[in-house]
Design a protein around this ligand. Structure first.
Ligand code: ADP
Ligand code: MG
Length: 397
């Protein structure tokens, strides 16, 4: 086994009886006082159960919503304690900050508690030393299991890691392992699919990727901007014409790096952007002035599938078309199924992330067939941009 650049739960000895502060992402959507999607809660279970089973006193730290340093009762983590306990199948107590020291000192090995919303402290988001100290006094060890919050240098996500012995939780470990395989030291050839609405929101992603991948597949609304930069008429399509020069620069950088940029050569167009409006599939030369490009065409999609067949690694962020509105999900679903089949066949390591990307993969029914699907929106994108995430950097050995 190779030594990881960060410590994990495997590097923790003698946890029995130790108080372990565990930063998790418990920021779930609520409906009628209950979590309407418990994906994030389920992802915490391996770390929490393993620590409790080893006799640790497990103290969960998390933010909940955006209270901006004020005590909003509707953003109290007390609301999550019972649903979390039910999901975990173990007793979980809730501890407010005022009573924390006394409450923690009465806990037995193996016991689990959720501490109140970290963002009730105005200093949490400022990485304030007083807040770090107040949290650190409650624990002997620190575990960060919230990759999705690791792009923020807050007291509970970064500051604590410098104050207590720090370890990556299982979820954090899985995420870092997957991203390392996809972009850190991937097996080549590597393909990246970058789609979504706008070039402007993913400029840093594109710039970082062209130097690292062998194939850059551009889809979605951003492909329109690249096509327009190449001189094609994209009609009424979503397009950032002012970024033509930037697109040229990205394509030139790709050229220098030996990265092949794939733009669609057939597209699906419509006059109206609504479900099941009449469409045409046309060559990119033949888009009419009153039409908009809403999906990659079938011939290009098939060719992209063939590109993936030659690759060992795939990173994917952003849908190829306006996938929320049928039939403009066709290319995304089709290419996602190809990637899933190649992954299941053992030939491809596939890693995907991004809010809409995850929704699209679920829509295609293939999220479980990818090697790894990241649910960390902002943190995943910053990783794709090549940025060092403060919460991850603080865990370095
Ligand atoms: P992610 O959340 O995975 O990072 P983005 O938010 O960047 O993805 O992009 C997703 C959005 O891009 C979707 O709402 C989708 O409808 C839109 N989109 C994709 N292709 C097009 C297109 N051709 N025209 C307009 N919108 C598009
Ligand atoms: Mg999005």
């Amino acid at each position: 086994m190779t030594v990881k650049p960060f410590k994990t739960l495997d590097d923790m000895s003698d946890v029995a009886g130790k108080r372990v502060l565990v930063r998790e992402d418990l920021n779930v959507p609520m409906r009628d006082g209950a979590p309407s999607d418990d994906t994030r809660l389920r992802a915490t279970l391996p770390t929490v159960t393993q620590l409790a089973d080893r006799g640790a006193i497990v103290l969960l730290l998390a933010h909940f919503g955006r209270p901006k340093g004020l005590r909003h009762p509707e953003l109290s983590l007390a609301l999550l304690t019972r649903p979390y306990s039910t999901l975990l199948g173990r007793e979980v107590r809730f501890i407010d900050w005022d009573e924390a020291e006394a409450a923690v000192s009465s806990m037995q090995p193996g016991a689990i508690a959720i501490l109140e919303n970290t963002r009730f402290f105005p200093g949490e988001e400022l990485n304030d030393p007083d807040v770090i100290e107040r949290m650190a006094r409650l624990g002997d060890l620190y575990v960060n299991d919230a990759f999705s919050a690791a792009h923020r240098a807050h007291a509970s996500t970064e500051g604590l890691a410098h104050r207590l012995p720090a370890f990556a939780g299982r979820q954090m470990e899985a995420e870092l392992d997957a991203l390392e395989r996809a972009l850190g030291s991937p097996e080549h050839p590597v393909a990246a699919v970058v789609g979504g609405a706008k070039v402007s929101s993913k400029l840093d992603v594109l710039t970082h990727l062209v130097a690292r991948v062998d194939h850059l597949i551009i889809g979605g609304g951003m492909a329109n901007t690249f096509l327009a930069a190449r001189g094609f008429n994209v009609g009424k399509s979503l397009c950032e014409h002012e970024l033509a020069g930037t697109c040229e620069e990205i394509m030139a950088a790709a050229d220098r790096a030996g990265c092949t940029v794939h733009l669609p050569y057939d597209v699906v167009v419509a006059r109206e952007f609504k479900a099941n409006s009449p469409t045409r599939t046309v060559n990119v030369h033949d888009v009419a002035a009153d039409e908009m490009i809403l999906d990659v065409g079938p011939a290009a999609t098939e060719a992209l599938g063939d590109v993936l067949k030659t690759c060992r690694t795939l990173v994917w962020n952003g849908p190829l078309g306006a996938f929320e509105t049928p039939p403009f999900d066709t290319a995304t679903v089709s290419l996602a199924r190809t990637a899933a089949a190649l992954t299941q066949g053992g030939g491809l390591v596939s890693v995907a992330g991004g809010g809409d990307t995850v929704a699209a993969l679920n829509q295609a029914g293939v999220a479980d067939d990818f090697t790894f699907v990241s649910t960390a929106g902002g943190a995943f994108l910053e990783w794709m941009e090549g940025k060092m995430l403060p919460g991850v950097a603080a865990l370095a050995r």
